[in-house]
Design a protein around this ligand. Structure first.
Ligand code: APR
Ligand code: ZN
Length: 254
């Protein structure tokens, strides 16, 4: 089937959905200039996750970890949402997308207008104290490296989930609740290899739901995808929203 025909069948599923959710990964922010982790120019090609994104790495060398996060915070603050983020926000405004679960730690979904966002892996623009409950939001990258808590002087850490750490309880609860009641999940720009996020589409499938995937290449989710839309999120999602609005318009007239 051609991409247009696949978009048509995805549109049918979306318009008929009762409770549609989305799961996004780094691929949805790639066209905003934020590097993905895996694949040709992925961050894990240049850096080692065990040296930068684990509690042990932070204990061993907080300066190195914070130099890397300060660089990424700078990228996020400079980045702007791309058409994929706006398309997902539009689906929420149309009352179709009920919840957006993201593995991304950037704030581009919110800046594009999405309101119901679950940050499964935390948020890079926030930092929290390793000792007291202090938490702050960066408006520019930290100048002092590693940054310290202004209240108690202990080290601050990025408010993100590192490998080996648990998913924040509220985020996990909400995501599992949404996955158990969704009849359609739109999976965009994730390799699907990191758990437990990668299981979310499988939970929807087990509950009899339908999986629509948008990716430039196949992923660990593709085996359960009912419709696989091969292409860039920033190009495919706007086409999908246009087709959904057209079909809604027609339905409105029926
Ligand atoms: N449009 C759609 N998909 C894209 C695009 C694009 N423009 N560019 C890349 N992709 C796809 C890639 O083909 C890949 O499948 O996005 C996916 C990115 O995969 P990863 O880099 O593994 O990112 P993600 O799946 O979000 O990683 C999950 O791993 O390192 C941890 O915590 C980190 O949240 C991250 C988690
Ligand atoms: Zn403190």
């Amino acid at each position: 089937m051609s991409l247009e025909e696949l978009i048509e069948s995805a549109t049918e599923l979306i318009v008929r959905s009762r409770h549609m959710i989305a799961l996004t990964g780094a691929g949805v922010s790639a066209e905003s200039g934020i590097p993905t982790f895996r694949g040709p120019n992925g961050l894990w090609r240049k850096f080692k996750p065990e040296e930068l994104a684990t509690p042990e790495a932070f204990r061993r060398n907080p300066r190195l970890v914070w130099e890397w996060y300060a660089w990424r915070i700078g990228l996020v603050l400079k980045a702007t949402p791309n058409p994929a983020h706006y398309a997902l926000a539009e689906l929420e405004k149309l009352g179709i997308l009920k919840c957006l679960i993201t593995q991304n730690v950037d704030d581009l979904h919110e800046r594009a207008g999405s309101r119901s966002v679950v940050h499964f892996h935390g948020e890079i623009l926030f930092a929290r104290c390793t000792s007291c409950g202090f938490r702050l939001k960066w408006s520019e990258p930290p100048s002092e490296i590693p940054p310290r808590c202004p209240k108690c002087g202990s080290l601050l850490r990025p408010d993100v989930v590192w490998f080996g750490e648990p998913i924040p309880e509220e985020a996990l609860r909400r995501a599992l609740h949404e996955a158990s009641r969704a009849d359609v999940i739109l999976v965009v720009g994730t390799s699907g290899v990191v758990q437990p996020a990668g299981s979310i589409p499988y939970i929807v499938k087990e509950h009899g739901g339908t999986v629509i995937e948008v990716n430039v290449e196949e992923s660990a989710i593709t085996p359960v995808a009912d419709v696989f839309l091969r292409g860039k999120a920033g190009e495919v999602l706007p086409k999908l929203v246009t087709a959904v609005k057209r079909k809604l318009g027609k339905r409105g007239k029926e």
